[in-house]
Ligand binder design. Structure first.
Ligand SMILES: NC(=O)c1ccc[n+]([C@@H]2O[C@H](COP(=O)([O-])OP(=O)(O)OC[C@H]3O[C@@H](n4cnc5c(N)ncnc54)[C@H](O)[C@@H]3O)[C@@H](O)[C@H]2O)c1
Length: 307
């Protein structure tokens, strides 16, 4: 029988790819999204769409009916912005997570996959392994981690099987450039779209572990289908690319500005656990992924120029 699964945040960047990957694998999918960040147009018409908020328990209950699985991706997803929006972070990422887990428990879903974050590791010496202590640089990181702990405790005490996935810097088609505190690659994409120079904070030697969004969606499905639960997995490439290196691939029109508060110096995943336990490793190289992204940008600009 076809399994029906709910993707919260399914109209967002990662969520919309998650929906596509699940449909391609034969799942029946429904989405709960408030559309504060995501776009309705990114969600396939084959999907039942609930426009609603995870901070509303009734909305969660309605969306998860008849589901046997949950991919919980909805969140206040901007890390440095959380320094000015502690309340939004807490209500979306902690209360929202509590609500969706409560609703998932009530219907007895088979498995929960939770979108955690590499912001957990802060400024610790890389590579970052799952069993390290946290080092939070902002409230986003803390609130995403509290969500992790809710998943683990629902797993342990209520028998609601859950796996936590700690994504590193996810990139790929539909990466948005919205908001002053978007991730570095989205900011660069926006600056190119606007014909502006790329802004490099500090010397640009800070580096990021970039992982392609379709690889992330595949990792989530493996975590969902695995018999293992109560586990935490890093989802990264295991390779660090400096901001300067990234900028050079995108445009040589660059300026340097002061470092931003709340930014990590380096993110780099140790991915041995996910390789060993789920048999996952990234399949899309950074070069390949960047080529696809820059091609998409070029065709977008060509279309805009033709209007
Ligand atoms: N993009 C990354 O590199 C990255 C890295 C680590 C973790 N994550 C996590 O992955 C998940 C998806 O991130 P993304 O980059 O796709 O972000 P995104 O902002 O593109 O997607 C989040 C989606 O959730 C929706 N949403 C927000 N608040 C909601 C609410 N209260 N109720 C219902 N829907 C709500 C938004 O409208 C949006 O469609 C988030 O949980 C984020 O914390 C992302």
């Amino acid at each position: 029988m076809t399994q029906r699964v709910l993707v919260t945040g399914g109209a967002g960047f990662i969520g919309s790819h998650q929906v596509e990957a699940l449909l391609a694998r034969g799942y029946e999918v429904c989405v709960l999204d408030s559309l504060t960040m995501g776009k309705r147009a990114w969600v396939s018409p084959d999907v039942e769409f609930f426009e609603g908020d995870i901070r509303d328990l009734e909305a969660c209950r309605k969306a998860i009916q008849r589901c046997t699985g949950l991919f919980h991706l909805a969140a206040m997803s901007r890390s440095a912005a959380s320094l000015d929006n502690v309340d939004i972070c807490t209500s979306n990422n902690i209360i929202g997570t509590q609500n969706i887990l409560t609703a998932a428990r009530e219907v007895g879903v088979r498995k929960v996959v939770y979108a955690g974050s590499s912001t957990y590791y802060g400024n610790q010496k890389p590579p970052h392994a799952e069993n390290m202590q946290p080092d939070f640089l902002n409230f986003y990181g803390l609130s995403k981690y509290v969500g992790e702990e809710y998943c683990r405790l629902f797993d342990k005490t209520y028998n609601l099987p859950a796996n936590v996935m700690r994504y590193f810097n996810v990139y790929g088609p539909r990466l948005s450039g919205e908001g002053a505190y978007a991730l570095v690659m989205s900011i660069f994409l926006r600056q190119i779209r606007e014909g502006k120079p790329l802004t490099i904070h500090g010397d640009g030697l800070q580096s990021r572990d970039f992982v392609h969004v379709r690889d992330v969606a595949r990792a989530n499905i493996l975590a969902f289908e695995s018999q293992l639960h109560g586990r935490t997995y890093n989802v990264g490439s295991g390779v660090a690319v400096s901001v300067k290196e990234l900028a050079n691939k995108m445009s040589l029109n660059q300026i340097h500005e002061d470092r931003r508060a709340g930014d990590a110096e380096i993110t780099l995943a140790d991915i041995s656990r996910i390789k060993e336990e789920l048999g996952w490793s990234p399949e899309i190289s950074f070069d390949e992924g960047m080529k696809e992204l820059l091609k998409e940008l070029e065709s977008e600009q060509a279309k805009a120029g033709a209007v």
